[in-house]
Design a protein around this ligand. Structure first.
Ligand code: COA
Length: 704
């Protein structure tokens, strides 16, 4: 673990490129440090010396008298390396390089040279291409962003500078307190994983928000995030969801924006909550950083309108909030608060006649009843609903709830209500105009709580005969190919203990008939050719072959079709395989993701995967339980559980196959991609069969 203590709690900070010009970045940084109230040494460095933002400047960092743990660098790119060399002489520990003009515009070499020099001289680099760093612990605002930052307990790690600066402004307006803000920019040295690893041990930080565009060193990121989410809530927003967004993100940061579905699955695996928008992420973090620990999961909705009550109940289901449904307890608790024409069932409906006083007493009831763990309080504007009085009650009640029980508010109405929401939010009350926004906050609180309670799942290790796989790879490479033929893929599957239907490759009619008789009818026949990857498109597959004559006919037609489809195709033979009985067709795979390294995939085969893209991903290694969670995320998973009175399928075997594929990709770096489509799954205890296996080697490896 990198020690970043002195980055967040430096004894002194130098600003190299501090400017006399109040409009320049180098001036803004010094001014922010001074205004922020940082008590350590502040050392502006400028060739003309003089005074900058009221502080004496030095001509060079080497003239500074005092300890400098952090140097902020804001000189043009061509001067950065020299500045870094000077910092080494001064024994600086951390460089915060604001300057742009490095890898984000293709200037990788200079960036690498700077980082290598820094690392060789015991310095770590934040950036380059960043807006700086804020550390609430020592009131250090070493950014050129807003000078007004509210201190609190949310930490923000952001890859985008503009969004980071905007988030500082928004948090200040909304009264959301920050414990730190770190701009990571090009991540030439320190990246999100390093920072999250520090922040998870930081007592001032109660929630971490990450804004990501691309992920590098994903394997390390996964292990850090998994640990971090067990200590405190971590919320992520990642841009690049759409194909266009991904392209923009990639060109913006020079880093790879990984596939969105992969990112989504892996965040779930790590217990990281993914927000759709900046607003949502900030709302979640503000709530998570302030809400007390719920004593139990029983949540009660209190409302004056049936409609919003139902909306909140729907949202509760969507966001995993458990609504308390013990009717007699609820009647007992709220009977005195609810008129006869209302309802004490959850949602507790105080009816449109409810006044601020009624809310006051119902909220007191919910607060004082130990059987209730959390409260969602909704208010619709009515004739008797006085927005001002209601806001006052909410403010007062929230103060009572703040340390004991999580509560969120949603108020729907006109200008007075909207004004009330703004005031409440600025006072730290989780109040929203949209019911969903309120309920989603409660959902992430309980979601994180559930994640924390799960036992740590040990990754499953599967034994593998790597030697056999290695020799198959060598022969494929020797043949100048980067994909395996059916018989080669079969050898790999067998080495990994994955069951395939019995099969043989025949080169002529006679051998084909003999093979089919040996295997037993019915059989299927498939072309084996290095030049034909999509066998069915080429007419290279025949099913339901019942006898010797049909074998001969199929042999002829497959050979003819394939020669017509790919005239010069090299035909290695025709595979004769046992035709397996029908089962549930799944697709399983493993591949080396450019961001996250080995990953695994599961989906239901056929139309489900092609049309509905109903697949889920996880990073490998992973546990059996996590593999099952991945499968459970697909919409079609109930088919495996045995829908409509059907038998439960052999989910355990599917889990096993997925883990084995992950192991192959992890342990055989030359294998880039394996896909079994379909893996036909039978009833529980009866296993699964890999019908078609596609294995690709990584391009670089196969060229050699
Ligand atoms: N040591 C100390 N000070 C130096 C110096 C050195 N080696 N070389 C120059 N300076 C001083 C200059 O004299 C100047 O001070 P002055 O205005 O009082 O004369 C100051 O440093 C700034 O240098 P200047 O040449 O005026 O640069 P600049 O302010 O126009 O631009 C950057 C410098 C770093 C701001 C600019 O190169 C840059 O990268 N901008 C983009 C930053 C950004 O957007 N980052 C990402 C945000 S998300």
């Amino acid at each position: 673990m990198s020690d970043l203590k002195s980055l967040f709690e430096p004894r002194g900070v130098a600003v190299i490129g501090a400017s006399h010009n109040t409009r320049k970045i180098g001036y803004r940084v010094v001014d922010n440090i001074v205004k922020g109230g940082y008590k350590g040494g502040i050392f502006p460095v400028n060739p003309k010396a003089g005074r900058i933002a009221g502080v004496d400047a030095s001509r060079s960092i080497n003239e500074v008298i005092g300890e400098v743990d952090v140097a902020v660098i804001a000189v043009p790119a061509v001067h950065v390396l020299d500045a870094v060399k000077n910092c080494a002489r001064k024994h600086v520990e951390h460089l915060v390089i604001i300057t742009s003009g490095f890898s984000e515009i293709g200037n990788n070499e200079e960036e690498r040279e700077i980082v290598n020099f820094a690392r060789d001289h015991g310095m770590r680099v934040l950036g380059p291409n960043i807006f700086g760093l804020y550390s609430g612990r020592v009131s250090l605002n070493a950014t050129f962003g807003p000078s007004d930052i509210t201190k609190g307990s949310v930490s923000i790690v952001t890859q985008s500078g503009a969004i980071g600066i905007a988030m500082i402004g928004k948090t200040a307006y909304e009264g959301i307190g920050l414990s730190s803000v770190i701009s990571v920019g090009n991540k030439a040295d320190l990246d999100e994983a390093d920072l999250v690893e520090h922040l998870m041990h930081d007592d001032d930080t109660r929630a971490i928000l990450m804004y990501l565009e691309g992920v590098r060193e994903g394997e390390r990121m996964v292990s850090v995030l998994e640990q971090a989410a067990r200590t405190k809530p971590v919320v992520a927003i990642k841009s690049g969801r759409s194909a266009r967004g991904a392209a923009a993100a990639a060109s913006h940061t020079g880093s790879l924006a990984g596939s969105d579905e992969v990112f989504d699955g892996i965040m779930k695996q790590c217990g990281v909550m993914r927000a759709e928008t900046i607003e949502e992420a900030l709302d979640w973090c503000a709530f998570l950083s302030r809400a007390p620990e719920p004593k139990n999961d029983n949540t009660v909705i209190i409302t004056n309108g049936g409609g919003v009550g139902v909306l909140a109940a729907d949202a509760s289901e969507k966001y995993g909030v458990h609504l308390y449904d013990d009717a007699s307890v609820l009647h007992d608790a709220f009977g005195a608060n609810v008129p006869d024409f209302g309802s004490t069932k959850n949602p507790v409906d105080l009816t449109g006649a409810a006044t601020a006083k009624d809310y006051d007493s119902s909220l007191s009831t919910a607060l004082n009843d130990p059987r209730i763990g959390a409260v969602i309080c909704l208010g619709c504007e009515t004739a008797v609903f006085d927005a001002k009085q209601f806001t006052d009650v909410v403010k007062k009640k929230y103060a009572d709830f703040a340390r004991t029980k999580p509560v969120v508010f949603s108020l729907v109405g006109g200008a007075a209500i909207e004004q009330g929401i703004t005031t409440l939010r600025q006072n730290g009350v989780p109040a929203f105009s949209d019911v969903n926004d309120a309920v989603s906050c409660m959902g992430v609180l309980f979601g994180h709580r559930r994640f924390m309670r799960q036992p740590v799942k040990d990754p499953e290790r599967v034994p593998l005969d790597v030697q056999i796989i290695g020799s198959v790879i060598a022969s494929v490479k020797g043949d100048g190919r980067n994909f395996m033929l059916a018989n080669e893929a079969r050898q790999v599957m067998e080495a990994a203990g994955i069951a395939l239907p019995e099969s043989l490759v025949a080169k002529n009619f006679g051998a084909a008939v003999e093979a089919a008789r040996g295997i037993g009818y019915p059989v299927v026949m498939k072309i084996v050719s290095r030049d034909i990857i999509h066998k069915s498109d080429a007419g290279g597959i025949a099913l339901n072959i019942e006898n010797d004559d049909e074998v001969v006919d199929a042999f002829e037609s497959i050979s003819r079709n394939c020669k017509e489809h790919v005239p010069n195709a090299h035909i290695d033979g025709i595979e004769i395989a046992k035709q397996v009985p029908k089962g549930i067709e799944t697709i399983v795979g493993a591949r080396r993701d450019p961001s996250f390294g080995p990953i695994v995939m599961f989906g239901l085969g056929g139309v489900y995967v092609e049309i509905m893209k109903d697949v889920a991903f996880r990073a490998y290694p992973l546990s059996r339980a996590e593999t099952m969670s991945m499968m459970g995320e697909t919409r079609s998973y109930p088919l495996l559980l045995g829908a409509r009175g059907d038998e439960r399928k052999d989910i355990e075997t599917v889990t096993d196959v997925i883990l084995r594929l992950g192991t192959i990709v992890k342990e055989c770096p030359e294998i880039a991609d394996i896909e079994i489509n379909p893996l036909v799954v039978y009833d529980q205890g009866e296993g699964a069969k890999a019908i078609d296996v596609r294995i690709l080697l990584s391009q670089n490896e196969s060229k050699g």
